[in-house]
Design a protein around this ligand. Structure first.
Ligand SMILES: *Cc1c(COP(=O)(O)O)cnc(C)c1O
Length: 373
């Protein structure tokens, strides 16, 4: 039997060690170290933005973004139901109301045709979340935001190196956010970034990140912030990883193409689209949705693959079905049949950049066995 194949293995194949050793030798390990601003500048430039604000992770990047835009009690924010909890949690914590839209069954991204119906006089922003490797169709969203005077928060956590019609993901939001968790295309262990072109928003995010200390009277606070600071050690990893971003994206695309060809003869499954009219997939993860001819759900496949030492993850569970939100009275009437279906029928196979030669073949064989083909 083969070694266990985890759902993710990161790839730290550049200057990570060198830059980390420099931190240790110089003694610069906190958020005051020089790599932090270097990483912020380089990362922001890479996605065509003026300012980068590095934070502790991609989830808190969303918390800061929502508050920086002044979204609060009674405000509504439209977002996909099919996403990570971080998105809706940031809205709820700010006292605002998340309003969800269903997914497109082909791309798994938010169905942009459903947004306009959800806009009310209380809507303040659209939180766009690019899912699993393909960007959201941005043009209609940008047009709606303009027409109705809405802000855009763009969660580009899964989109390092991706573009929409040639323009970098992360360049579309009033505030756009990234994560550097180890399953993203580049990682700092834990870490995140907010990018923007607006100097006032950038300043606001910097302040929120650092407890809203004030420049002149440091310990007198006009507002409440958080400690969301990012360390020089994380920035050292980030600078090294950024140097390898192109190679990582290429590698993910090659992995996506390989899984697709290994699984192309498996009947009645849906695989990620290789491309849309506006982007080629970067395969953040390689998702599979079981067709209706299978008498079992994705969690049964996950069990059968685990028995063969293959790690998997279920798809996101829709926000409108989250017990924590139902308990506080949200989403009572909400139905999103596409997201409800893919949440139950979808899962992903080992997709990490550190996957070794031959492991994709092993996964494909194990998957066929799990389907009893
Ligand atoms: C990973 C991810 C996040 C959260 O990032 P963390 O760094 O893990 O907090 C947020 N949004 C999306 C879409 C993600 O994939």
């Amino acid at each position: 039997m083969h070694d266990p194949i985890p759902v993710n293995t990161p790839l730290l194949d550049g200057n990570e060690k060198k830059y980390l050793i420099e931190c240790i030798d110089s003694g610069w390990i906190s958020s005051e170290g020089p790599y932090v601003s270097q990483f912020e500048e380089k990362f922001a430039a890479r996605v065509g933005r003026k300012y980068g604000i590095a934070v502790s992770n991609g989830s808190v990047a969303l918390d800061a973004a929502v508050v920086a835009l002044g979204i609060g009690a009674g405000d509504e924010v439209i977002l996909p139901t099919f996403t990570i909890i971080s998105c809706a949690a940031a809205i709820v914590r700010a006292g605002a109301i998340p309003v969800v839209v269903d997914s497109d069954p082909v791309t798994w991204n938010m169905d942009v045709n459903q947004i306009e119906d959800k806009i009310t006089p209380r809507t303040k922003a659209i939180m766009v979340v690019h899912i699993y490797g393909l960007p959201v169709d941005m043009d209609p969203v940008l047009a709606l935001a303009k027409k109705h005077g809405l802000k855009i928060i763009e969660d580009a956590a899964e989109m390092h190196g991706q573009t929409y019609k040639g323009r970098p993901c992360g360049s579309f939001g009033d505030l756009s956010t990234f994560s550097f968790y180890p399953n993203k295309h580049i990682t700092t262990g834990e870490g995140g970034m907010i990018v923007t072109d607006d100097p006032a928003l950038a300043e606001k995010c910097r302040s929120l990140r650092n407890l809203c200390f004030q420049a002149k009277k440091r310990f007198i606070h006009e507002e409440i912030g958080w400690n969301f600071r990012f360390t020089n050690l994380q920035a050292a990893l980030g600078l090294a990883q950024l140097e390898t971003l192109e190679a990582h994206v290429q590698r993910k695309r090659a992995m996506g193409a390989k899984y697709t060809s290994l699984l192309k003869d498996v009947p009645d499954i849906q695989l990620p689209l290789a491309k849309t009219g506006y982007a080629d997939n970067i395969y953040w993860i390689f998702g599979i949705v079981l067709g209706d001819s299978y008498a079992f759900d994705a969690d049964e496949i996950a069990r059968r693959l685990a028995a063969q030492k293959i790690g998997t993850r279920p798809f996101f569970w829709p926000m409108h079905e989250q017990p924590v939100f139902r308990k506080i009275g949200l989403f009572k009437e909400t139905r999103c049949p596409v997201a409800e279906r893919i949440a139950r029928r979808g899962f992903y196979v080992p997709s990490g950049l550190g996957l070794k030669a031959g492991e994709m073949e092993t996964v494909a064989d194990a998957f066929r066995k799990a389907l009893a083909l």
